[in-house]
Design a protein around this ligand. Structure first.
Ligand code: B12
Ligand code: SF4
Length: 654
């Protein structure tokens, strides 16, 4: 029997023995064989050697081919649908008519391959080498997010330049006073928006660097120095409303040092405030979701053109006049997005802490997002469907469980990331979807853990049990107020009994539940704020809660109410840089002054956490330094309060 036939026979036997399960053939030497039309779907073929093998019309769907070598093989018409192909060596392979749709190709080498009529819809193509490959014009035609990828030939033919781009998130925690270090070192989240854009730019063949100034502790002068020393073509900044002034300061410093540097700004503040905040130091701004705006903008920019009028969603300047292009639609099918470029972020610096000791060894983690949008209408939130998506037909979009677990599996296998924080407004909003997500994680036997936000009335014990089996370790839940009347006003339609039930079932399932509440809500009074503190304090299972002062962020109904003086609100200032949620309050409400709110915040935190099990939980979550800082802060404030009347007294005596 020839070696080719012997392998086919072995495969047949393996398949009949294992039924539908994965055949493990990893590391096999299969070079030079005739494997035409062979079915190798759903197999573990990592590290296999297929060099010089004839694999025409072979089926590799759903297989793991990471690190496999195909040098000089023939793979015409082969199917690699959903296969894991990271770091494969495809050098010199004839891949005419091959199907790579939904495959993962990060770090693969396709140099010198024939890719005529290849299908790559929704493939993840990060860091792939296509040099000297035979690529047809109109490559990747059916995936809007991945058109015109790393294709030297195509860029050259259109006189596009390969750009060097810096994407950066300004620091934000240094305005938080005593809480600065806590925010900086505890549970930072990698900015997904910028990493999605980084992937798209890389797919276009551009070189991208990413700096999270907060997490990497990079000051404005440091960043400016780096820009002076590096030949970037473009700097992209991202900012929410309260840190917009940071982005502005950063852009001004960059322009001062390198006047020709082009700067583009994006993020939630420009999404909400638009041209009003498109200041001189910004050359461009992307308003709204940018997964289509960004690649289109880059294509025009890379060609050195100065007319951007066809790029929907873009703000730009024409002879110093601000141009506002047509609005950009919401990105319709989230499954078509490339995975965020986590390989550009210093993932070792993003660590989670937990208050349950059993979770303490969970190491590095990645933020991940399954859905965009939120159907609820909380008055304090700019994600509310009434504000962010007003007038849009399609409010909430959700990735298929398969697509989201593909991202998890990819990050697990390539970056050894074992914990995932779902950034979704609500991880259980579509119960069926959450069930399918858990089943998909379980089916792939992925040893990962995850966490996310939910509403207390959108999860029950049955769902939580399944989620726990799939790897759920923590849930976060916004309680906002312990007074039903206030909950009604702020449109947070969650009964307090549901909150108590959630704590009970979380304890039963061994899930850590963190919650947060706000003081200074519309309608709040001293009495209702005390109710909130007492409500939380009365929950026996509670170990840790956060209290923040409600801030009327741009794009929220709360801001409109504060401006109109509704529900007892009085807006003291609308300087966004002071919207830190701690130590001061931009609003007063009914009988609550700003000082009262700060006092209740401190008292609430002390009252609730001054119990041994809660102190331990806070210590595990925030660290010793944070707790020490908190108490030093309280002591200083009390001292100030004691000494202030004395100072007045001594002054008047003079
Ligand atoms: C994760 C998260 C965080 C994380 C990390 C934030 C970060 N570094 O990205 C943490 C916990 C650190 C955090 C902190 C804060 N957050 Co926050 N956060 C979120 C959350 C839940 C998800 C953000 C996200 O990843 N979205 C998904 C990505 C794909 O969208 P995106 O970031 O908006 O990016 C897209 C576009 O905006 C655009 N874009 C963004 N940047 C750029 C840059 C360029 C150059 C271009 C071209 C385009 C572009 O393209 C992207 C792709 O479409 C949102 C709520 C939500 N569900 O969206 C709140 C949210 C963004 N946060 C909010 C707030 C207020 C804060 C804080 C100020 C709270 C505080 N005082 O402590 C801080 C500020 C921190 C900061 N860096 O700005 C508000 C912002 C409201 C506003 N008016 O700006 C939101 C909307 C919550 C809310 N419901 O009100 N947050
Ligand atoms: S607070 Fe949460 S539930 Fe309410 S509108 Fe915002 S994202 Fe939706």
């Amino acid at each position: 029997m020839s070696a080719s036939n012997a392998f086919r026979k072995e495969l047949e036997l393996l398949r009949s023995d294992l039924g539908a399960d994965r055949c493990d053939l990893s590391g096999r030497m299969l070079s030079g064989l005739n494997l035409v039309e062979i079915n190798l779907s759903n197999c573990n073929l990592s590290g296999c050697d297929f060099s010089k093998t004839d694999l025409s019309n072979a089926d590799f769907s759903d297989s793991n081919l990471a690190g496999a070598s195909f040098i000089n093989a023939i793979a015409k018409g082969a199917i690699f649908h959903r296969a894991e192909l990271s770091s494969v060596d495809m050098e010199g392979v004839d891949l005419t008519d091959a199907d790579f749709s939904h495959a993962m190709l990060s770090g693969a080498d396709f140099s010198g391959t024939v890719l005529t009529k290849v299908k790559m819809d929704a493939a993840q193509i990060t860091g792939v080498n296509f040099s000297n490959a035979h690529l047809p014009e109109g490559f990747f035609p059916s995936n809007p997010s991945q058109q015109n990828m790393t294709i030297e030939k195509k860029c050259a033919s259109n006189q596009e330049k390969h750009l060097k781009i810096l994407l950066t998130m300004p620091t934000w925690t240094d305005d938080l006073g005593v809480f600065s270090r806590i925010g900086r070192t505890r549970n930072p989240q990698v900015p997904l928006g910028l990493l999605y854009l980084a992937s798209l730019a890389e797919n276009l063949g551009h070189v991208v660097e990413f700096i999270d100034c907060d997490v990497e502790d990079v000051s404005v002068p440091d960043l400016v120095k780096k820009i002076q020393e590096t030949d970037y073509d473009l700097v992209g900044l991202s900012a929410t409303s309260p840190i917009y002034h940071k982005a502005l300061k950063m852009a001004e410093a960059i322009k001062m040092a390198v006047p020709d540097m082009k700067i583009i700004i994006g993020g939630d503040h420009i999404n909400i405030a638009g041209a009003e905040v498109f200041y001189e130091c910004f050359d461009f701004a992307a308003k709204g979701e940018a997964e289509e705006t960004w690649p289109e903008f880059l294509q025009v920019f890379a060609k050195g053109r100065d007319d951007f009028s066809d790029v929907d969603g873009l703000l730009w300047r024409k002879n110093r006049k601000v141009m506002i292009n047509k609005p950009r639609r919401l990105f319709p099918d989230l499954d078509l997005l490339p995975f965020p470029a986590v390989h550009l972020a210093k993932m070792d610096k993003y660590r989670m802490s937990f208050s349950l000791s059993k979770n303490r060894n969970i190491g590095k983690f990645a933020s991940i997002m399954m859905s965009r949008g939120c159907p609820f209408k909380c008055s304090f939130c700019s994600e509310s469907s009434d504000v962010k998506y007003a007038g849009k037909v399609e409010k909430m979009r959700i990735r298929t469980p398969k697509n989201i677990v593909d991202e998890i599996e990819y990050n697990f296998r390539t970056h050894d990331i074992r914990h995932y924080f779902f950034m979704d407004s609500n991880i259980t909003i579509k119960k069926k979807h959450t069930v399918e997500l858990c089943n998909e994680i379980l089916a792939r036997k992925l040893p990962i853990t995850f966490e996310g936000w939910t509403r207390a009335n959108l999860i029950n014990e049955e769902l939580m049990t399944l989620m726990t089996q799939a790897g759920l370790v923590r849930l976060s839940c916004g309680i906002e107020s312990g007074d039903p009347e206030i909950l009604k006003i702020i449109k947070k339609d969650v009964p307090l009994q549901a909150v108590r039930d959630l704590f009970r079932i979380s304890k039963k399932c061994g899930i850590e539940l963190t919650c947060s509440a706000m003081l200074g809500n519309p309608g709040d009074t001293k009495k209702s704020v005390e109710k909130t503190i007492n409500f939380l304090n009365s929950i026996p299972e509670l170990t840790y809660t956060n209290f923040s002062i409600a801030n009327p962020y741009p794009g929220t109904e709360m801001l409109m109410w504060a401006r109109a003086g509704k529900y007892g609100l009085r807006l003291r200032y609308d300087e966004l840089s002071k919207y830190t949620r701690y130590d001061d309050s931009p609003v007063e409400v009914n009988d609550l002054s700003a000082q009262d709110l700060v006092r209740y915040q401190t008292l609430g935190l002390i009252k609730i956490h001054l119990k041994p099990k809660r102190i331990i939980a806070a210590y595990r979550l925030l660290g010793f330094n944070a707790i020490l800082l908190f108490f030093i802060n309280v002591a200083l404030k009390s001292l100030k309060k004691l000494t202030t009347p004395l100072m007045f007294a001594s002054r008047s005596a003079r």
